[in-house]
Design a protein around this ligand. Structure first.
Ligand SMILES: C[S@@+](CC[C@H](N)C(=O)[O-])C[C@H]1O[C@@H](n2cnc3c(N)ncnc32)[C@H](O)[C@@H]1O
Ligand SMILES: [Zn+2]
Ligand SMILES: [Zn+2]
Length: 495
């Protein structure tokens, strides 16, 4: 059905390749962006996204021959947006990956080196399953979180069958299983083995090689620059502090922290154009290299938008994660460059949407507004892991437009900032220009506040009430409740 503003929204659930360029919290489907930009602007028009996040609006606008201005208060968002826009064609992404591998493959491989129990030849660990060791409050038995059985909504002690509390006492971690591949010609190459493997040789090799390697690497000095930032105190990071994770290194296993440092250093030494795309791939991979990476039989992933550390995790060899990401980035780059020469006329800057002084009066034809949804996603807390590795940590939480009781950020402050955004967007938009506002839930108390701010600034509502589905993608996300979410899109006009 045609809307009064002419935008025909597709479901937003067939994600395009450019959508998969880089992970971010609350990305907007690129088909939805395309439909807005195609309908509401013309070739050469200026598109502004003052909450640009992962830069989807800018990429899509540039692909459609529009000029784009992106602003975000998060240094990580600015890095990701600039990185996406600056990606070279796929072949160059692959070439950069080859140069990087040449420099680091051997160094990283030794950190995950093991021995195949079938042929005694060399093997490489793909991932290690690591579980919290828990203590039963009923029988004081200690067991791995991998052994608990879930019955009727709660986890039970494997020894006495008592129902465990939601967060049972954690007394350590243990490596449970490795997935590896033989480098000496065994078929199939891939094998798995466990600490309690039924095959005695496999169990012995697990002890002798897999566990010994972890101990060896854990005792190693980190041979490259690595960040040492402390997590900011907040609503989402409280979960980390609650379990003793206070500094950036503690959200990684020592082995993965070391390998990310080695990779980052090797990337720094690549020629500029390769450095950019490989650092982009590394940040795209990084969350899956942290303790957030969940181990699920047959899959994995992590829960977005929070610092939840699952009790059973995958410690992934970054070479495998990166190879997958490089493919994804190359396919996104291919799509971006598919219409011939891609010369984005785009500018991305670090700043607050509440102060658009870098943008002149009435110079923008269309603005896409995707502000944080009141308190749902805490970007300054969540983007910290990226910002830390990028060496871009700054305390920007004060300027973040968000509600956060842990940081004393109230609805009143949110409202004041939203009013400033509306006034600024009104100022920079040309008369007759359009604004598309997306929001997750019009039933949320902050929706009328946002609507009121835009109306007070002088905007007319052109259309409302259209929703599209935002689908999440990883295995873990698909299995978690509420994984696919309805967002709404409302169009406003400047008279
Ligand atoms: C919902 S996200 C945008 C996601 C984006 N549309 C995408 O597809 O990736 C909201 C963004 O607002 C940013 N943000 C928070 N406070 C801000 C402020 N004061 N000025 C500009 N950006 C801000 C956050 O860093 C986050 O990237
Ligand atoms: Zn073998
Ligand atoms: Zn028990």
């Amino acid at each position: 059905m045609k809307r009064p503003d002419g935008v025909e929204l597709s479901s937003g659930s067939r994600h395009t390749r450019t959508y998969r360029l880089h992970a971010y919290w609350s990305k907007k489907p690129h088909e939805v962006l395309r439909e807005c930009i195609e309908t509401l602007t013309e070739s050469g028009d200026v598109v502004l996204d003052p909450f640009c996040g992962s830069g989807g609006t800018l990429v899509v606008a540039a692909m459609l021959g529009r000029r784009a201005i992106g602003i975000d208060r998060s240094p990580a968002a600015v890095f990701i947006s600039q990185g996406a826009l600056g990606l070279p064609p796929a072949a160059e992404v692959y070439a950069a990956w080859s140069s990087l591998l040449e420099k680091v493959e051997a160094d990283i491989k030794t950190l995950y080196a093991t021995v195949c129990h079938r042929c005694n030849g060399p093997a490489t660990i793909r991932y290690t399953v690591i579980a919290d060791v828990l203590k039963c409050p009923n029988c004081a038995n200690e067991f791995s979180a991998d052994e608990t059985s879930k019955v009727g909504g709660g986890k039970r002690c494997p020894e006495c069958d008592a129902k465990l509390p939601r967060s049972p006492e954690r007394i350590g971690t243990s490596a449970e299983e490795t997935s590896a591949e033989c480098e000496a010609g065994c078929q199939p190459r891939a094998f798995k083995r466990r600490h309690d493997d039924r095959n005695p040789k496999a169990a012995a090799f697990f002890q002798k090689h897999d566990l010994a390697k972890i101990r060896e690497v854990d005792a190693m000095r980190i041979p490259a620059w690595h960040p040492s930032d402390r997590f900011p105190r907040g609503l989402k990071t409280a979960e980390l502090f609650g379990r003793g994770i206070e500094n950036i290194d503690a959200i990684f296993t020592p082995r993965n922290f070391t390998s990310v440092a080695i990779l980052r250093q090797a990337i720094e030494r690549l020629p500029t154009e390769q450095w950019r795309s490989m650092l982009f791939c590394l940040t795209a991979a990084i969350t899956s290299l942290t303790l957030k990476s969940q181990h699920v039989q047959g899959g994995g992933g992590y829960l977005p938008g929070m610092y939840y550390i699952p009790p059973v995790r995958k410690e992934r060899n970054p070479l495998f994660s990166l190879r997958r990401i490089v493919g994804q980035v190359a396919r996104g780059a291919e799509e971006m460059h598919s219409g011939g020469k891609f010369h984005p006329e785009a500018w991305v800057g670090l700043g607050s949407a509440a102060d658009l002084s870098v943008v002149g009066d009435e110079t923008v034809d269309f603005a896409f507004l995707d502000p944080p949804y009141s308190d749902k996603i805490q970007f300054s807390e969540l983007n910290f892991v990226w910002e830390s590795w990028l060496g871009l940590v700054e305390d920007w939480g004060d300027e973040e437009i968000v509600i956060n009781r842990a940081r004393g950020k109230t609805l009143t402050q949110w409202q004041d900032q939203v009013n400033l955004v509306a006034t600024e967007v009104f100022r920079v938009l040309r008369p007759g220009g359009r604004v598309a506002l997306t929001y997750d839930d019009p039933k949320r108390g902050t929706w009328p506040v946002l609507l009121g701010a835009l109306k007070r600034a002088g905007f007319d509502e052109v259309s409302t009430d259209n929703s599209y589905t935002v689908k999440q993608q990883t295995f873990v996300q698909r299995r978690s409740p509420g994984a696919s979410q309805q967002d709404t899109l409302t169009v406003f006009g400047k008279p």
